[in-house]
Design a binder for this molecule. Structure first.
Ligand SMILES: CC(=O)N[C@H]1[C@@H](OP(=O)(O)OP(=O)(O)OC[C@H]2O[C@@H](n3ccc(=O)[nH]c3=O)[C@H](O)[C@@H]2O)O[C@H](CO)[C@@H](O)[C@@H]1O[C@H](C)C(=O)N[C@@H](C)C(=O)N[C@H](CCC(=O)O)C(=O)O
Ligand SMILES: Nc1ncnc2c1ncn2[C@@H]1O[C@H](COP(=O)(O)OP(=O)(O)OP(=O)(O)O)[C@@H](O)[C@H]1O
Length: 508
């Protein structure tokens, strides 16, 4: 793909993203936002904390022009488009460069404080069944643009940089994909990674205080405002009627989408506003769930999703995620048999993975790492009357999400019998101090607290001491295979592998 200098000037001017354009008539053969990705013919976008010294390599490696904020034009002789919003400019130029691949994809965008990845995999699996494998995925865990393993990429962000996103979308379209499911973080809206992109269906799962701090959102209001940008960019919206701040959410949604394009879902008997579709568990156990979906009112009857579904993932929050995925996929063409099939087989790596042991009860490996998700998980386990003791192994990362620590302690205090406070990516902080902060919020004297900063030893002890009717939750690290310590990714076996190994050693 090739863009001319005139194309770029016009694209940026049309979006009001241009301060000045260079005298230049070259052809752009490649785009990059990192100096290490520059090849001859590259247009480089200079954003974030780009260091002027990178420019030496950029010129040496053959960049022919840059899009940069003010002041950069004086640092280089390279032709420069000056913009006061380079990330937005990058999105607009990237989508054009890759030929607007979004126009050939039915696109579902998913946001929410919790459940984005789980819901994305559910929608992906339903659509795989509905479209005979013509669906792409962009999630925190993986990006999938085709069915062969070479088109499966490890993700580095929940929502990729726009340049990567549109390149992957192009690849998906070229691979014959007709649908795409993607997670859209509030940070992606804030950092303009999805600037100018519209979704056929936007799913809004829930919102609770999170992601507030350095490098994220300064306040909850800022977090909420950026999450609600999904409403401004979606043709239709699937909204959780049980979400906190529902009044604010529906008010904002209604400003952008007519009522017959807003689909509300909720839990049967929850004290929530009227929804179009409800779910209710008909059989829930520690390993999975069977649930019923009921449509209410005239609008909902177009959905045709009433009936009973089996989900191979436990937790009523996952039934809620599943109903959101069902409605959204219905709106882009999936039918009920595809939903039955997709939900029966869906697995989300590191989310609610269940290990049933012979003598040490049920073990969950789960990514829950803030108050809302740990509380929801422990509450779900508690609902099961056969559970004896509930043990949680948990820590919190260093230099990140500091505000989560008291929330983790509170959730443990409300729901656990035993807790092992341990390490979770301590980075440059002392994990013992992080554990102190979590422990300060465990006010329930009934909770037995152990401190074991070696995560592998903590998991070993927790499993060893659990009886056959107990549950052990290994929280917050999912299938991560490293601990971030002092800026280094230190190899770590992963919680699931440790649990399986300990269980087989104990049974032997
Ligand atoms: C605040 C934030 O979102 N920052 C992201 C942003 O940083 P940035 O633009 O300042 O980039 P930087 O790493 O400081 O580097 C500046 C520029 O120099 C370039 N560079 C860098 C090194 C070099 O040798 N040469 C070079 O050209 C980089 O490519 C970049 O364009 O762009 C970088 C990639 O270009 C991201 O890695 C980085 O995410 C950081 C790591 C991050 O932690 N982001 C989190 C907050 C985030 O985005 N999270 C959400 C999920 C939240 C949720 O769960 O809901 C997400 O969508 O992932
Ligand atoms: N709807 C929900 N409400 C509350 N908790 C949930 C919900 N869905 C999932 N969870 C819990 O949150 C954890 C993280 O889920 P998931 O990875 O799907 O969310 P996410 O929004 O992608 O998270 P993150 O932004 O932290 O990557 C799960 O392992 C589960 O414990």
């Amino acid at each position: 793909m090739i863009l001319t200098a005139d194309n770029i000037t016009t694209l940026l001017a049309d979006q009001d993203l241009l301060i000045s354009a260079p005298e230049f008539d070259g052809e752009i053969k490649h785009l990059a936002y990192n100096s290490k990705e520059v090849v001859p013919g590259t247009l480089l976008f200079i954003k974030g904390n780009f260091k002027p010294e990178y420019l030496d390599d950029v010129i040496k490696d053959g960049a022919i022009a840059i899009v940069a904020p003010q002041n950069f034009e004086s640092m280089t002789d390279l032709p420069t488009w000056v913009s006061d919003d380079v990330p937005a400019a990058m999105s607009i130029v990237s989508m054009a460069y890759y030929g607007y691949p979004q126009n050939d994809l039915a696109l579902i965008g998913i946001t929410g404080t919790k459940g984005k990845t789980s819901t994305a995999y559910m929608a992906y699996e339903i659509l795989r069944s509905a479209t005979h494998d013509k669906v792409a995925l962009s999630s925190t865990l993986q990006v999938i643009t085709g069915n062969e393993p070479k088109y499966h990429y490890r993700a580095h962000l929940t929502t990729p940089e726009s340049l990567d996103l549109f390149r992957w979308m192009r690849e998906a379209v070229d691979n014959g994909m007709t649908h795409m499911v993607m997670e859209v973080s509030s940070q992606a809206f804030k950092m303009r990674r999805v600037y100018g992109l519209r979704y056929n269906v936007g799913i809004f799962l829930n919102i609770s205080p999170d992601h507030i701090g350095e490098n994220e959102h300064p306040t909850f209001a800022d977090y909420l405002a950026h999450k609600m940008m999904l409403f401004d960019h979606s043709e239709q919206i699937v909204l959780n009627a049980d979400s906190d701040y529902f009044g604010t959410l529906i008010e904002h949604a209604a400003l952008n989408v007519p009522r017959d394009g807003i689909w509300l879902y909720g839990k049967e008997d929850a004290d929530s506003p009227k929804a179009d579709a409800y779910f209710e568990a008909t059989d829930t156990n520690l390993h999975g769930s069977v649930f019923n979906v009921r449509e209410v009112g005239q609008q909902a009857q177009h959905l045709h999703v009433s009936g009973e579904y089996t989900l191979d993932m436990p937790g009523d929050f996952n039934q809620s995620n599943a109903l959101a995925a069902m409605i959204a996929t219905r709106l882009v063409g999936a039918d009920a048999p595809a939903m039955v099939e997709g939900l029966k087989i869906v697995k989300v790596p590191g989310r609610m993975q269940v290990l049933n042991t012979k003598s040490h009860g049920t073990i969950y490996v789960d990514y829950a790492h803030n108050y809302a998700s740990i509380a929801a998980l422990l509450q779900f386990v508690r609902q099961n009357e056969s559970v004896n003791k509930l043990t949680v192994v948990v820590g919190a990362p260093g230099n990140k999400g500091v505000s989560r620590r008291p929330g983790i302690g509170k959730a443990v205090s409300e729901g656990a019998d035993i807790v092992y406070l341990t390490s979770d990516d301590p980075q440059y902080e002392n994990p013992d101090k992080i554990a102190d902060e979590i422990q300060a919020a465990i006010t329930n004297p009934e909770v037995t607290i152990y401190r074991q900063l070696d995560r592998t030893v903590a998991i070993t002890e927790a499993i060893k001491n659990a009886g056959p009717a107990d549950v052990v939750v290994l929280a917050a690290k999912g299938l991560d295979e490293y601990q971030k310590v002092n800026g280094v990714d230190t190899p770590y076996e992963n919680d699931w592998a440790v649990a399986q190994r300990i269980d087989s050693e104990l049974e032997f």
